[in-house]
Design a protein around this ligand. Sequence first.
Ligand code: FPP
Length: 261
Amino acid sequence: MSTNESSAMEQLSVEELTAKLEPDLLPKHVAIIMDGNGRWAELRNLPRIAGHREGIKSVREIITACQELGIQALTIYAFSQENWNRPLQEISAIMGLLEYYLSTELAKLIEQGVRFRTIGRLDSLPASALQWVRAAEQKTAHLERLHLTVALSYGGRTEIVDAMQAILRETQEGKLQPGDVDETCIQQHLYTHGLPDPDLLIRTSGETRISNFLLWQLAYTELYFTPTLWPDFRRRELVQALLEYQRRERRFGRVLSTISS
Ligand code: FPP
């Protein structure tokens, strides 16, 4: 996009920007690395947890926007395995926010038709947070307007290790033959089995890394990096990311004319 075009876009309201989206070309599955909560708070001389608290408002707004736009799946990286190395106080605060979010937001998620699921090594979570997570998964299991997946205590390499171990177990038990192990088989053993691969990955806060997120699933995903910090990433920023996605050609390593859909 030229500088003129992008300054013209800045003048548009969020509704005008949304009207520019082509509904038939929306990504089916959007994944987000929500980054920059700590920096958002530090810039305001606030404790880091204030950034996480503000980040929850973005989570809420982005879920609603995806649901309203008709995006089928949203996967968000809320807590990585590496995040366990943060100060205990920050970890407890994030877990507390997760519980708070689920306890106050579950009714709205149900009303919006959001199916809530998690991926990651959930057994590391504090018992009370885990209880809220399992309850939310159960109470939304019948819903399918938006498939919301929250990565918690998640690592992409660990996910592949867990898939390999499950495959090896099934091979030992005679349920699988070594020759059955192909890409489809691996996919079926990932935490995300049943979900299509993300079409678009968004990472906020100016970092341009994947950081061990959905390593297998991102093979052909369009990557979108923005300097906006997560607490400032709201509906307008999402629509801008979707417009950029629609401007790109998606080839899957082939020429466009050979792609039928
Ligand atoms: C990244 O910012 C944010 C996190 C690691 C935590 C995000 C978690 C929540 C907002 C709470 C729970 C989530 C849900 C789905 C309710 P950062 O702290 O890494 O920011 P920095 O890079 O600026 O330090």
